[in-house]
Design a binder for this molecule. Structure first.
Ligand code: NCD
Length: 527
Protein backbone atom coordinates (compact mmCIF):
# COMPACT_ATOMS: atom_id res chain seq x y z
CA UNK A 1 0.00 0.00 0.00
CA UNK A 2 1.21 3.48 -0.77
CA UNK A 3 2.41 5.44 2.23
CA UNK A 4 1.19 9.04 2.00
CA UNK A 5 4.24 10.62 3.65
CA UNK A 6 7.22 8.40 2.91
CA UNK A 7 9.78 10.09 0.65
CA UNK A 8 7.87 13.39 0.61
CA UNK A 9 9.63 16.74 0.75
CA UNK A 10 8.74 19.97 2.52
CA UNK A 11 9.89 22.97 0.60
CA UNK A 12 6.98 25.29 1.45
CA UNK A 13 4.25 24.89 4.03
CA UNK A 14 1.71 24.25 1.28
CA UNK A 15 3.48 20.97 0.48
CA UNK A 16 1.45 19.53 3.34
CA UNK A 17 -2.31 19.85 3.01
CA UNK A 18 -4.43 21.17 5.87
CA UNK A 19 -5.57 17.62 6.66
CA UNK A 20 -1.98 16.34 6.66
CA UNK A 21 -0.86 19.13 8.99
CA UNK A 22 -3.74 18.46 11.37
CA UNK A 23 -2.75 14.81 11.41
CA UNK A 24 0.86 15.76 12.15
CA UNK A 25 -0.32 17.94 15.05
CA UNK A 26 -2.45 15.13 16.49
CA UNK A 27 0.61 12.85 16.39
CA UNK A 28 2.77 15.54 18.00
CA UNK A 29 0.25 15.86 20.78
CA UNK A 30 0.38 12.10 21.35
CA UNK A 31 4.17 12.25 21.40
CA UNK A 32 4.20 15.14 23.85
CA UNK A 33 1.93 13.22 26.21
CA UNK A 34 4.04 10.07 25.88
CA UNK A 35 7.20 12.03 26.72
CA UNK A 36 5.55 13.69 29.72
CA UNK A 37 4.27 10.32 30.95
CA UNK A 38 7.56 8.53 30.14
CA UNK A 39 5.48 6.03 28.21
CA UNK A 40 8.34 4.05 26.63
CA UNK A 41 6.05 1.68 24.78
CA UNK A 42 4.30 4.57 23.07
CA UNK A 43 7.58 6.35 22.34
CA UNK A 44 8.91 3.22 20.64
CA UNK A 45 6.03 3.47 18.15
CA UNK A 46 7.41 6.82 17.01
CA UNK A 47 11.08 5.83 16.73
CA UNK A 48 12.71 5.01 13.40
CA UNK A 49 15.24 3.00 15.45
CA UNK A 50 17.48 2.04 12.56
CA UNK A 51 21.22 2.84 12.81
CA UNK A 52 21.48 2.68 9.00
CA UNK A 53 18.73 5.20 8.28
CA UNK A 54 20.61 8.25 7.01
CA UNK A 55 19.64 11.83 7.84
CA UNK A 56 21.89 14.63 6.64
CA UNK A 57 21.81 18.21 7.79
CA UNK A 58 23.35 20.95 5.70
CA UNK A 59 23.25 24.47 7.11
CA UNK A 60 24.55 27.19 4.82
CA UNK A 61 23.24 29.95 7.12
CA UNK A 62 23.56 30.25 10.91
CA UNK A 63 21.12 28.46 13.16
CA UNK A 64 20.72 27.30 16.74
CA UNK A 65 17.15 26.14 17.33
CA UNK A 66 16.31 24.70 13.95
CA UNK A 67 19.62 22.86 13.59
CA UNK A 68 19.87 21.61 17.17
CA UNK A 69 16.22 20.60 17.44
CA UNK A 70 16.57 18.55 14.24
CA UNK A 71 19.76 17.00 15.63
CA UNK A 72 18.02 16.13 18.88
CA UNK A 73 15.04 14.81 16.95
CA UNK A 74 17.36 12.56 14.92
CA UNK A 75 18.96 11.34 18.16
CA UNK A 76 15.51 10.48 19.47
CA UNK A 77 15.05 8.37 16.35
CA UNK A 78 18.38 6.52 16.87
CA UNK A 79 19.45 6.91 13.26
CA UNK A 80 22.63 7.74 11.36
CA UNK A 81 22.94 11.52 11.51
CA UNK A 82 25.56 13.37 9.46
CA UNK A 83 26.35 17.02 8.87
CA UNK A 84 28.07 18.51 5.88
CA UNK A 85 30.74 20.94 6.86
CA UNK A 86 29.78 23.67 4.45
CA UNK A 87 32.82 25.91 4.92
CA UNK A 88 35.15 23.18 3.67
CA UNK A 89 32.96 21.37 1.13
CA UNK A 90 33.10 21.44 -2.67
CA UNK A 91 30.43 24.15 -2.71
CA UNK A 92 33.44 26.39 -2.44
CA UNK A 93 34.90 24.86 -5.61
CA UNK A 94 31.77 25.80 -7.52
CA UNK A 95 29.99 22.47 -7.32
CA UNK A 96 26.25 22.63 -7.95
CA UNK A 97 23.60 21.83 -5.35
CA UNK A 98 22.34 18.94 -7.48
CA UNK A 99 25.78 17.29 -7.73
CA UNK A 100 26.47 17.78 -4.03
CA UNK A 101 23.20 16.33 -2.80
CA UNK A 102 23.06 13.52 -5.34
CA UNK A 103 26.45 12.44 -4.02
CA UNK A 104 25.18 12.39 -0.43
CA UNK A 105 22.01 10.55 -1.47
CA UNK A 106 24.27 7.92 -3.04
CA UNK A 107 25.81 7.23 0.40
CA UNK A 108 22.54 5.76 1.60
CA UNK A 109 20.90 8.85 3.06
CA UNK A 110 17.17 9.34 2.93
CA UNK A 111 16.34 12.70 4.50
CA UNK A 112 18.13 16.01 3.97
CA UNK A 113 17.57 19.08 6.11
CA UNK A 114 18.80 22.21 4.38
CA UNK A 115 19.11 25.87 5.32
CA UNK A 116 20.35 28.18 2.59
CA UNK A 117 20.51 31.77 1.52
CA UNK A 118 19.38 30.74 -1.95
CA UNK A 119 15.62 30.29 -2.26
CA UNK A 120 13.86 27.24 -3.68
CA UNK A 121 16.75 24.85 -3.09
CA UNK A 122 14.64 22.00 -1.68
CA UNK A 123 12.07 22.16 -4.46
CA UNK A 124 14.82 21.84 -7.05
CA UNK A 125 16.69 19.06 -5.21
CA UNK A 126 13.50 17.09 -4.81
CA UNK A 127 13.27 16.99 -8.61
CA UNK A 128 16.97 16.53 -9.30
CA UNK A 129 17.45 13.76 -6.72
CA UNK A 130 14.40 11.82 -7.90
CA UNK A 131 16.12 11.52 -11.29
CA UNK A 132 19.40 10.52 -9.65
CA UNK A 133 17.64 7.89 -7.51
CA UNK A 134 16.04 6.38 -10.58
CA UNK A 135 19.24 6.36 -12.66
CA UNK A 136 21.18 4.71 -9.85
CA UNK A 137 18.60 2.27 -8.60
CA UNK A 138 18.23 3.78 -5.11
CA UNK A 139 15.44 2.11 -3.12
CA UNK A 140 13.38 5.32 -2.79
CA UNK A 141 13.47 9.00 -3.57
CA UNK A 142 15.13 11.13 -0.87
CA UNK A 143 13.20 13.74 1.14
CA UNK A 144 14.29 17.37 1.37
CA UNK A 145 13.22 19.53 4.28
CA UNK A 146 13.56 23.28 4.02
CA UNK A 147 15.02 24.61 7.27
CA UNK A 148 14.72 28.21 6.01
CA UNK A 149 15.61 29.51 2.54
CA UNK A 150 16.54 33.19 2.30
CA UNK A 151 13.51 35.45 2.69
CA UNK A 152 11.25 32.79 1.27
CA UNK A 153 9.80 30.22 3.71
CA UNK A 154 10.49 28.32 6.89
CA UNK A 155 7.90 25.55 6.83
CA UNK A 156 9.05 23.56 9.87
CA UNK A 157 8.97 26.73 11.99
CA UNK A 158 5.45 27.24 10.66
CA UNK A 159 4.51 23.74 11.81
CA UNK A 160 5.73 24.34 15.35
CA UNK A 161 4.07 27.77 15.44
CA UNK A 162 0.73 26.34 14.33
CA UNK A 163 1.05 23.50 16.83
CA UNK A 164 1.67 25.98 19.66
CA UNK A 165 -1.25 28.23 18.63
CA UNK A 166 -3.54 25.19 18.59
CA UNK A 167 -2.22 24.09 21.99
CA UNK A 168 -3.07 27.53 23.36
CA UNK A 169 -6.49 27.40 21.69
CA UNK A 170 -7.43 24.23 23.59
CA UNK A 171 -6.90 22.40 20.29
CA UNK A 172 -9.69 24.28 18.58
CA UNK A 173 -8.97 25.23 14.97
CA UNK A 174 -12.13 27.34 14.63
CA UNK A 175 -10.63 30.79 14.93
CA UNK A 176 -7.33 32.63 15.24
CA UNK A 177 -6.72 36.32 15.85
CA UNK A 178 -3.02 37.04 15.59
CA UNK A 179 -0.81 40.10 15.40
CA UNK A 180 2.43 39.70 13.44
CA UNK A 181 4.87 42.35 14.58
CA UNK A 182 8.42 42.97 13.41
CA UNK A 183 10.39 42.49 10.25
CA UNK A 184 7.61 41.18 8.06
CA UNK A 185 9.55 41.99 4.91
CA UNK A 186 12.63 39.80 5.44
CA UNK A 187 11.19 37.26 7.87
CA UNK A 188 10.60 33.89 6.23
CA UNK A 189 8.72 32.60 9.28
CA UNK A 190 5.93 35.13 8.75
CA UNK A 191 5.87 34.50 4.99
CA UNK A 192 5.04 30.86 5.67
CA UNK A 193 2.01 32.07 7.60
CA UNK A 194 0.28 33.28 4.43
CA UNK A 195 -0.66 29.71 3.52
CA UNK A 196 0.10 28.15 6.89
CA UNK A 197 -2.66 29.76 8.93
CA UNK A 198 -5.28 28.04 6.78
CA UNK A 199 -5.30 25.28 9.44
CA UNK A 200 -7.68 27.65 11.22
CA UNK A 201 -11.16 27.98 9.77
CA UNK A 202 -11.41 31.71 10.35
CA UNK A 203 -8.37 33.97 10.60
CA UNK A 204 -7.84 37.59 11.47
CA UNK A 205 -4.27 38.88 10.95
CA UNK A 206 -2.99 42.23 12.13
CA UNK A 207 0.31 43.21 10.52
CA UNK A 208 2.46 45.58 12.57
CA UNK A 209 5.54 46.95 10.80
CA UNK A 210 6.86 50.26 9.53
CA UNK A 211 6.58 50.58 5.72
CA UNK A 212 10.26 49.59 5.21
CA UNK A 213 9.65 46.27 6.96
CA UNK A 214 6.06 45.70 5.78
CA UNK A 215 4.77 42.34 4.60
CA UNK A 216 5.21 42.07 0.80
CA UNK A 217 1.88 42.55 -1.02
CA UNK A 218 2.34 39.15 -2.58
CA UNK A 219 1.79 37.52 0.83
CA UNK A 220 -1.01 39.85 1.98
CA UNK A 221 -2.83 39.04 -1.28
CA UNK A 222 -2.48 35.31 -0.57
CA UNK A 223 -3.89 35.88 2.92
CA UNK A 224 -6.86 37.80 1.55
CA UNK A 225 -7.35 35.12 -1.09
CA UNK A 226 -7.71 32.60 1.73
CA UNK A 227 -10.40 34.80 3.25
CA UNK A 228 -8.27 36.11 6.16
CA UNK A 229 -9.25 39.50 7.52
CA UNK A 230 -6.02 41.52 7.17
CA UNK A 231 -5.29 44.90 8.79
CA UNK A 232 -2.05 46.87 8.69
CA UNK A 233 -0.45 49.14 11.30
CA UNK A 234 2.89 50.91 11.20
CA UNK A 235 3.79 50.54 14.90
CA UNK A 236 2.76 48.82 18.11
CA UNK A 237 1.75 52.24 19.43
CA UNK A 238 -0.66 52.73 16.53
CA UNK A 239 -2.00 49.21 16.94
CA UNK A 240 -2.78 49.71 20.60
CA UNK A 241 -4.69 52.90 19.87
CA UNK A 242 -7.63 50.82 18.61
CA UNK A 243 -9.83 48.25 20.34
CA UNK A 244 -9.63 44.99 18.41
CA UNK A 245 -6.36 43.70 19.86
CA UNK A 246 -5.25 40.14 19.14
CA UNK A 247 -4.75 37.64 21.98
CA UNK A 248 -1.76 36.12 20.17
CA UNK A 249 1.24 38.21 19.13
CA UNK A 250 4.03 36.84 17.01
CA UNK A 251 7.20 38.93 17.07
CA UNK A 252 10.13 38.71 14.70
CA UNK A 253 13.63 40.14 14.87
CA UNK A 254 14.73 42.88 12.45
CA UNK A 255 16.94 40.85 10.10
CA UNK A 256 19.75 43.35 9.83
CA UNK A 257 21.93 40.90 7.92
CA UNK A 258 19.47 41.06 5.01
CA UNK A 259 19.01 44.84 4.95
CA UNK A 260 20.64 47.37 2.68
CA UNK A 261 22.56 50.39 3.99
CA UNK A 262 19.66 52.75 3.40
CA UNK A 263 17.40 50.90 5.83
CA UNK A 264 20.23 50.17 8.26
CA UNK A 265 20.77 53.89 8.79
CA UNK A 266 17.29 54.09 10.29
CA UNK A 267 17.46 50.87 12.30
CA UNK A 268 16.93 52.47 15.69
CA UNK A 269 13.73 54.20 14.70
CA UNK A 270 12.44 51.10 12.88
CA UNK A 271 13.27 48.89 15.84
CA UNK A 272 11.41 51.15 18.21
CA UNK A 273 8.14 50.83 16.28
CA UNK A 274 8.16 47.04 16.69
CA UNK A 275 9.58 46.70 20.21
CA UNK A 276 7.25 46.06 23.12
CA UNK A 277 7.54 48.57 25.97
CA UNK A 278 6.54 48.50 29.61
CA UNK A 279 4.03 51.31 29.08
CA UNK A 280 2.01 49.08 26.71
CA UNK A 281 1.33 46.43 29.36
CA UNK A 282 -1.96 47.87 30.72
CA UNK A 283 -3.39 47.94 27.17
CA UNK A 284 -2.92 44.21 26.54
CA UNK A 285 -6.03 42.05 26.93
CA UNK A 286 -6.04 39.32 29.56
CA UNK A 287 -4.83 35.87 28.42
CA UNK A 288 -2.65 37.34 25.69
CA UNK A 289 0.38 35.26 24.64
CA UNK A 290 3.52 36.38 22.90
CA UNK A 291 5.52 34.17 20.54
CA UNK A 292 8.80 34.55 18.71
CA UNK A 293 10.68 32.17 16.40
CA UNK A 294 13.84 33.38 18.17
CA UNK A 295 16.69 34.36 18.35
CA UNK A 296 16.12 37.61 20.25
CA UNK A 297 18.90 40.15 19.95
CA UNK A 298 20.55 40.43 23.38
CA UNK A 299 21.09 44.19 23.02
CA UNK A 300 17.75 45.09 21.43
CA UNK A 301 15.16 42.35 22.01
CA UNK A 302 11.74 43.15 20.49
CA UNK A 303 10.27 41.20 23.43
CA UNK A 304 12.17 42.68 26.39
CA UNK A 305 13.48 40.18 28.95
CA UNK A 306 11.37 41.58 31.80
CA UNK A 307 8.44 39.77 30.12
CA UNK A 308 10.09 36.34 30.49
CA UNK A 309 8.52 35.71 33.88
CA UNK A 310 5.03 36.92 32.93
CA UNK A 311 2.12 34.89 31.59
CA UNK A 312 2.74 36.49 28.19
CA UNK A 313 5.65 34.12 27.69
CA UNK A 314 4.58 31.62 25.03
CA UNK A 315 7.91 31.62 23.16
CA UNK A 316 9.77 29.23 25.46
CA UNK A 317 7.20 26.45 25.10
CA UNK A 318 6.94 27.28 21.40
CA UNK A 319 10.66 26.69 21.02
CA UNK A 320 10.63 23.35 22.84
CA UNK A 321 7.65 22.22 20.75
CA UNK A 322 10.02 22.60 17.79
CA UNK A 323 11.83 19.36 18.53
CA UNK A 324 8.57 17.44 18.96
CA UNK A 325 7.10 18.59 15.66
CA UNK A 326 10.39 17.71 13.93
CA UNK A 327 10.49 14.23 15.50
CA UNK A 328 7.04 13.60 14.04
CA UNK A 329 7.95 15.06 10.65
CA UNK A 330 11.03 12.81 10.37
CA UNK A 331 8.90 9.86 11.48
CA UNK A 332 6.37 10.59 8.74
CA UNK A 333 8.86 11.15 5.91
CA UNK A 334 10.78 8.00 6.87
CA UNK A 335 7.53 6.01 6.70
CA UNK A 336 7.85 4.92 10.35
CA UNK A 337 4.50 6.51 11.27
CA UNK A 338 1.60 7.79 9.22
CA UNK A 339 0.05 4.54 8.03
CA UNK A 340 -3.25 5.32 9.75
CA UNK A 341 -3.61 8.69 8.01
CA UNK A 342 -6.95 8.80 6.22
CA UNK A 343 -6.93 10.77 2.98
CA UNK A 344 -9.90 13.14 2.92
CA UNK A 345 -12.33 12.60 0.07
CA UNK A 346 -12.05 16.13 -1.26
CA UNK A 347 -8.37 16.86 -1.89
CA UNK A 348 -7.09 20.40 -2.18
CA UNK A 349 -5.74 21.04 -5.66
CA UNK A 350 -3.03 23.30 -6.88
CA UNK A 351 -3.27 25.26 -10.11
CA UNK A 352 -6.32 25.74 -12.25
CA UNK A 353 -7.41 23.45 -14.99
CA UNK A 354 -8.59 25.59 -17.83
CA UNK A 355 -8.71 25.64 -21.56
CA UNK A 356 -6.13 28.11 -22.69
CA UNK A 357 -6.26 27.01 -26.32
CA UNK A 358 -9.70 27.97 -27.59
CA UNK A 359 -10.69 26.64 -30.96
CA UNK A 360 -12.86 29.09 -32.83
CA UNK A 361 -15.38 27.05 -34.88
CA UNK A 362 -14.11 26.64 -38.43
CA UNK A 363 -17.60 27.15 -39.90
CA UNK A 364 -17.46 30.80 -38.91
CA UNK A 365 -13.77 31.16 -39.59
CA UNK A 366 -14.01 29.43 -42.99
CA UNK A 367 -16.53 31.97 -44.20
CA UNK A 368 -15.01 34.89 -42.43
CA UNK A 369 -15.33 37.92 -44.64
CA UNK A 370 -13.52 40.54 -42.63
CA UNK A 371 -10.09 38.99 -42.63
CA UNK A 372 -7.78 41.14 -40.69
CA UNK A 373 -5.12 42.88 -42.69
CA UNK A 374 -2.53 40.18 -42.07
CA UNK A 375 -4.54 37.28 -43.46
CA UNK A 376 -4.90 38.81 -46.94
CA UNK A 377 -1.46 38.44 -48.44
CA UNK A 378 -1.17 34.68 -48.17
CA UNK A 379 -3.42 31.98 -49.52
CA UNK A 380 -1.54 29.19 -47.72
CA UNK A 381 0.37 29.12 -44.45
CA UNK A 382 -0.07 30.45 -40.92
CA UNK A 383 -0.95 33.87 -39.61
CA UNK A 384 -0.52 34.84 -35.97
CA UNK A 385 -2.66 37.88 -35.38
CA UNK A 386 -3.45 40.27 -32.48
CA UNK A 387 0.05 40.06 -30.99
CA UNK A 388 0.68 42.45 -28.09
CA UNK A 389 -2.54 44.30 -28.77
CA UNK A 390 -2.47 47.69 -27.06
CA UNK A 391 1.33 47.81 -26.63
CA UNK A 392 3.57 50.38 -28.28
CA UNK A 393 4.86 49.61 -31.77
CA UNK A 394 8.39 49.14 -30.40
CA UNK A 395 7.20 46.66 -27.78
CA UNK A 396 5.22 44.76 -30.42
CA UNK A 397 8.25 44.49 -32.71
CA UNK A 398 10.40 43.17 -29.86
CA UNK A 399 7.72 40.74 -28.87
CA UNK A 400 7.43 39.41 -32.43
CA UNK A 401 11.19 38.88 -32.56
CA UNK A 402 10.97 36.85 -29.32
CA UNK A 403 8.08 34.76 -30.65
CA UNK A 404 9.99 34.06 -33.85
CA UNK A 405 13.07 33.03 -31.92
CA UNK A 406 11.34 30.94 -29.28
CA UNK A 407 9.06 29.10 -31.71
CA UNK A 408 11.70 28.82 -34.42
CA UNK A 409 9.51 30.58 -36.98
CA UNK A 410 12.39 31.40 -39.25
CA UNK A 411 11.92 31.31 -43.00
CA UNK A 412 9.86 33.08 -45.63
CA UNK A 413 7.20 35.57 -44.57
CA UNK A 414 6.95 38.77 -42.62
CA UNK A 415 6.16 40.48 -39.33
CA UNK A 416 4.32 43.74 -39.29
CA UNK A 417 2.53 46.17 -37.05
CA UNK A 418 -1.03 47.15 -37.85
CA UNK A 419 -3.99 48.66 -36.07
CA UNK A 420 -7.02 46.86 -34.75
CA UNK A 421 -10.11 46.73 -37.00
CA UNK A 422 -12.29 47.99 -34.19
CA UNK A 423 -9.98 50.67 -32.85
CA UNK A 424 -7.60 52.49 -35.20
CA UNK A 425 -5.58 53.79 -32.21
CA UNK A 426 -4.73 50.33 -30.91
CA UNK A 427 -1.68 48.62 -32.38
CA UNK A 428 -1.17 44.90 -32.79
CA UNK A 429 1.43 42.64 -34.37
CA UNK A 430 0.96 40.12 -37.18
CA UNK A 431 3.34 37.33 -38.16
CA UNK A 432 2.74 35.43 -41.40
CA UNK A 433 4.62 32.40 -42.72
CA UNK A 434 3.35 31.20 -46.14
CA UNK A 435 5.43 28.01 -46.10
CA UNK A 436 4.17 26.66 -42.77
CA UNK A 437 1.33 24.24 -43.39
CA UNK A 438 0.70 23.08 -39.84
CA UNK A 439 1.17 24.03 -36.24
CA UNK A 440 1.22 21.17 -33.72
CA UNK A 441 -0.29 21.11 -30.23
CA UNK A 442 3.05 21.70 -28.48
CA UNK A 443 3.68 24.77 -30.61
CA UNK A 444 0.17 25.99 -29.81
CA UNK A 445 0.88 25.65 -26.08
CA UNK A 446 4.14 27.50 -26.51
CA UNK A 447 2.44 30.23 -28.49
CA UNK A 448 -0.21 30.61 -25.75
CA UNK A 449 2.59 30.98 -23.22
CA UNK A 450 4.45 33.61 -25.15
CA UNK A 451 1.64 35.44 -26.95
CA UNK A 452 -1.57 35.21 -24.92
CA UNK A 453 -4.41 37.12 -26.56
CA UNK A 454 -3.16 36.29 -30.05
CA UNK A 455 -4.97 34.16 -32.62
CA UNK A 456 -3.51 31.54 -34.89
CA UNK A 457 -4.98 31.01 -38.36
CA UNK A 458 -4.09 28.03 -40.51
CA UNK A 459 -4.88 28.96 -44.10
CA UNK A 460 -5.15 26.81 -47.21
CA UNK A 461 -6.44 27.85 -50.64
CA UNK A 462 -7.39 31.25 -49.35
CA UNK A 463 -9.64 29.84 -46.60
CA UNK A 464 -9.09 29.82 -42.86
CA UNK A 465 -9.11 26.07 -42.13
CA UNK A 466 -8.46 26.30 -38.40
CA UNK A 467 -8.45 29.19 -36.01
CA UNK A 468 -7.39 29.27 -32.36
CA UNK A 469 -7.61 31.99 -29.76
CA UNK A 470 -4.85 31.66 -27.16
CA UNK A 471 -5.08 32.55 -23.47
CA UNK A 472 -2.59 32.63 -20.62
CA UNK A 473 -1.83 29.01 -19.66
CA UNK A 474 -1.95 27.86 -15.99
CA UNK A 475 1.78 27.06 -16.05
CA UNK A 476 4.71 28.09 -18.22
CA UNK A 477 7.87 26.01 -18.49
CA UNK A 478 10.07 24.27 -21.03
CA UNK A 479 11.40 27.46 -22.63
CA UNK A 480 15.01 28.47 -22.62
CA UNK A 481 14.08 32.16 -22.88
CA UNK A 482 12.34 32.10 -19.53
CA UNK A 483 13.84 32.94 -16.15
CA UNK A 484 12.95 33.94 -12.62
CA UNK A 485 14.04 37.49 -11.90
CA UNK A 486 14.62 37.02 -8.15
CA UNK A 487 18.42 37.28 -7.71
CA UNK A 488 18.20 34.91 -4.71
CA UNK A 489 16.31 32.17 -6.54
CA UNK A 490 18.12 28.94 -7.32
CA UNK A 491 16.57 28.95 -10.79
CA UNK A 492 17.99 32.38 -11.66
CA UNK A 493 20.64 31.73 -14.36
CA UNK A 494 23.17 33.91 -12.47
CA UNK A 495 23.69 30.98 -10.09
CA UNK A 496 24.51 28.47 -12.89
CA UNK A 497 22.56 25.71 -11.15
CA UNK A 498 20.94 24.74 -14.50
CA UNK A 499 17.44 24.81 -13.02
CA UNK A 500 14.78 25.13 -15.73
CA UNK A 501 12.39 28.01 -15.03
CA UNK A 502 8.83 27.10 -14.13
CA UNK A 503 5.92 29.47 -13.41
CA UNK A 504 2.37 29.03 -12.17
CA UNK A 505 -0.39 31.50 -12.95
CA UNK A 506 -2.23 32.89 -9.95
CA UNK A 507 -5.95 33.72 -10.00
CA UNK A 508 -5.02 37.39 -10.44
CA UNK A 509 -2.91 36.60 -13.53
CA UNK A 510 0.55 36.91 -11.97
CA UNK A 511 3.23 34.27 -12.64
CA UNK A 512 4.81 32.75 -9.57
CA UNK A 513 8.14 30.95 -9.68
CA UNK A 514 7.83 27.30 -8.73
CA UNK A 515 11.07 27.51 -6.71
CA UNK A 516 11.17 30.78 -4.81
CA UNK A 517 7.52 31.86 -5.02
CA UNK A 518 8.33 35.28 -6.49
CA UNK A 519 5.51 36.79 -8.52
CA UNK A 520 6.12 38.27 -11.96
CA UNK A 521 3.97 39.87 -14.61
CA UNK A 522 3.63 37.85 -17.78
CA UNK A 523 6.19 40.04 -19.55
CA UNK A 524 8.78 39.88 -16.77
CA UNK A 525 9.30 36.14 -17.05
CA UNK A 526 10.76 36.37 -20.58
CA UNK A 527 14.43 37.19 -21.02
C1 NCD B 1 14.32 32.30 12.28
C2 NCD B 1 14.98 32.03 10.96
O1 NCD B 1 16.12 31.63 10.86
O2 NCD B 1 14.28 32.22 9.97
N1 NCD B 1 14.81 31.59 13.35
C3 NCD B 1 14.48 30.27 13.53
O3 NCD B 1 14.66 29.45 12.68
N2 NCD B 1 13.92 29.94 14.69
C4 NCD B 1 14.13 33.74 12.53
C5 NCD B 1 15.31 34.68 12.56
O4 NCD B 1 16.41 34.38 12.14
O5 NCD B 1 15.07 35.80 13.01
Amino acid sequence: MRHEFKGRSLSVINDLSIAERRYLFAKTRELKEAIAGRDEKKLAEFRIDDPDFGIYEVFLEDSTRTRESFKNAAKFHRVKLSSLSTDSSSFNKGESYADTFNTLAGYDNSIFIIRSKLEGVCRWLEEAAAGYAQRNGLPGRPSFINAGDGKHEHPTQELLDEFTFLEDNDWSSDHLHIALAGDLFHGRTVHSKAHGLTVFDSVKVDLIAPPELAMPTYYTEIMKGHGFEVREFSSIEEYLAQDAIADKWYFTRPQLERMGDRILQRQEELRESITFAQRFLPLIPEHTRFYHPLPRHKGHPVIPTFLDTTSLNGWERQSSNGMLVRIVLLGLFSGRIGEDYIIPEVQEERGEKEDFIERVPSSSSGQERHYSEGVHPISDGIVIDHIGKGDTTGEIRNHMATITRVLGLHGKGGDWVSTSNKDPDTFKGIIFRPDMKEFDRTSLKRLAAIAPGSTLNIIAHGQVLEKYRLHLPPKIYNFTDLSCKNPNCISNPIHHEQVPAFFWKTPSGAFVCEYCGKDHTFKEIWN
